[in-house]
Design a protein. Structure first.
Length: 133
């Protein structure tokens, strides 16, 4: 079993702009097939910015009880994190509130494995189910 950490982020596709009467209205940009910029470039920029922010948090001691907070362990963590390619996947906007909820529900209302222990020979995994309501 290989550690696979990932984050889902849903961002608004558009901006609130002020019209001639001073009222705010939502402006949705024209959707392009190549969407913003290449995901390979986005992946490298995201990794750099994330690790820079992590470094600032480490320097300012904002990471409480960091098990890798010592100088040698921190340096190794940084090498490990930079050694791997990070993958950022970007897709066109979801379409609206209903589509956004449908997308998010795939990840919030399913059975999830929770690794509880690991060794060279075995992995122990427990499943938990999130119930709606």
């Amino acid at each position: 079993m290989r550690l696979h950490i990932h984050v889902h982020a849903v961002m608004a596709c558009g901006v609130l702009v002020q019209d001639d009467q001073g009222q705010g209205r939502w402006h949705t940009p024209i959707r392009k097939p190549d969407f913003l910029f290449p995901v390979q470039a986005l992946s490298k920029v995201f990794r750099g910015k994330f690790l820079a922010a992590l470094g600032r948090a480490h320097q300012s001691t904002d990471i409480a009880n960091d098990p890798q907070g010592g100088a040698m362990a921190w340096a190794q963590r940084q090498r490990d994190l930079y050694r791997h390619d990070w993958v950022v996947y970007a897709k066109t906007p979801l379409g609206g509130p209903a589509q956004t909820l449908e997308y998010l529900s795939r990840y919030t209302h399913t059975a999830r494995p929770l690794a509880t222990s690991a060794s060279r020979r075995s992995r122990t995994v427990k499943w938990f189910y999130r119930q709606s309501g």
